[in-house]
Design a protein around this ligand. Structure first.
Ligand SMILES: [Zn+2]
Length: 430
């Protein structure tokens, strides 16, 4: 009750019904990314571009001018808002959310709103059950789910809905004074293409104008802000051998797949640490797949560390190991792979402590005792930081849980709080 009072002080307008209406409408549209699409196909699913066009139409109807829109070639959309009089020289943040959804399940959710009072939630399709354990913090809350056979797509339509509500309220003059800000509706985040294709269409001038940072609305709980994340690396080791009849001319066999199997086994050591042997800020070395036969085999490694300097040593050691194993089996080893995929977002965030101060204060003012998270994965910001290493890019929560599967759910009050937090953050910057 006390918390609700505080929220009322922060924001008096009744935006809740409009925000939920947007969310329900957006998640009903299937915009899942297509990981199998060739890199040249931008966006991977044309529905993402159509979705952003629809957002553009909505904002035009709400009063946005053509010159506020920048449609990037990858299908993403930037909407720019000028400062109100007198606040032109305040910091300009860009808020970002991705319009694509997780590729491995269909989108286009048929939503169900639950007045959650405890227990498992059984969804009508595919026998999907959301266990009570996942919901234990949300008794008495309104929870939105899909029907069991699709993702909900709150990741990241919750962030999209919050940004659209902000835009509409701004265009309606409900935010009396504010500094300039931008909204970036990205595409293909779920297949890691924001940093590779999305960023290449951003003009450096626009990025330079984001003096208020790039704030992603793509996290789970408003109780945490993702400040740091893993640096990602990819190394592919290939072995080339010689196939022969194992009985008749077995001595001619140079079995490349044996080398691959041996490499994966030997790399499963305390020296490199496996995902299930590491936690918190510890790094790991993991092989995502191993394929092949006697003539050719292939092992993909994805080392992860919070320090990108660690990779040089890890990669050297894997190459040394692979070289020794190649000798044992009489095969040839070759190395390729993407190399550095994304970097830890923390260094530029630490260089811009004012941003964290403002974000934490905004969360506090809306009633949260928010902590900083270091997440054992990559973020959108981590990919953007590959090209723009100085741009601080934290990630705040929008109320989505169990993402990337049919058990995904949204806590409506947390999505509303995300909107309040963004509003409060804008106030604090002004
Ligand atoms: Zn996401």
């Amino acid at each position: 009750m006390e918390m609700n009072m505080r929220k009322q002080e922060v924001l008096a307008e009744g935006f809740q019904a409009e925000l939920s209406e947007k969310f329900f409408r957006y998640v009903a549209i299937d915009t899942r990314a297509d990981g199998a699409a060739p890199a040249e196909k931008e966006p991977s699913n044309p529905a993402e571009r159509a979705f952003n066009s629809m957002l553009g139409v909505e904002l035009t109807r709400a009063g946005a001018k053509d010159e506020q829109f920048i449609f990037l070639s990858d299908g993403s959309l930037i909407v720019r808002f000028d400062a109100t009089a007198g606040l032109e020289n305040k910091r300009r943040p860009c808020f970002a959310a991705h319009v694509d959804t997780y590729p491995k399940y269909p989108g286009g959710a048929v939503t169900i709103v639950h007045d959650y009072q405890g227990g498992d939630i059984e969804l009508p399709k595919s026998g999907t059950v959301i266990p009570a354990f996942d919901l234990r913090n949300f008794i008495g809350q309104k929870i939105v789910t899909a029907s069991g056979d699709t993702t909900l797509g709150a990741d990241d339509k919750a962030g999209v809905a919050v940004m659209m509500q902000l835009a509409v309220d701004c265009l309606a003059g409900k935010i009396a004074t504010h500094g300039a800000f931008d909204l970036w509706f990205c595409v293909d985040e779920e297949i890691g293409r924001v940093g590779r294709s999305g960023v290449k269409y951003l003009s450096p001038e626009i990025v330079a104008s984001w003096t208020g940072g790039l704030v992603n609305l793509d996290g789970m709980s408003p109780n945490g802000i993702d400040v740091g994340c893993f640096c990602g690396y990819e190394l592919i080791v290939e072995f080339f051998g010689n196939d022969a009849h194992p009985g008749v001319e077995g001595s001619k066999l140079k079995a490349a797949h044996y080398a691959a199997a041996r490499l994966v086994c030997d790399a499963a050591s305390a020296e490199f640490r496996l995902p299930w042997m590491s936690e918190a800020m510890q790094n790991y070395l993991y092989s995502t797949d191993i394929t092949g036969n006697a003539s050719q085999s292939r092992v993909t490694f994805i080392p992860r560390s919070f320090e990108k300097e660690d990779f040089a040593l890890i990669v050297d050691r894997v190459k040394e190991l692979a070289g020794n194993i190649a000798k044992i089996f009489g095969v040839r080893a070759a190395f390729s792979g993407y190399g550095l995929q994304y970097v830890n977002t923390e260094p530029p965030i630490r260089q811009n402590q004012w941003l964290m101060d403002a974000l934490l204060a905004a969360h506090r003012d809306v009633g949260y005792d928010t902590k900083e998270n270091h997440i054992r994965g990559g973020t959108d910001g981590a990919m953007v930081n590959m090209t723009y290493p100085d741009l601080p890019s934290p990630n705040i929560g929008a109320g989505m849980y169990n993402v990337h599967g049919p058990r995904e759910f949204l806590v409506i009050s947390e999505m509303e709080d995300c909107y309040r937090i963004v509003r409060r953050f804008l106030e604090l910057l002004a």
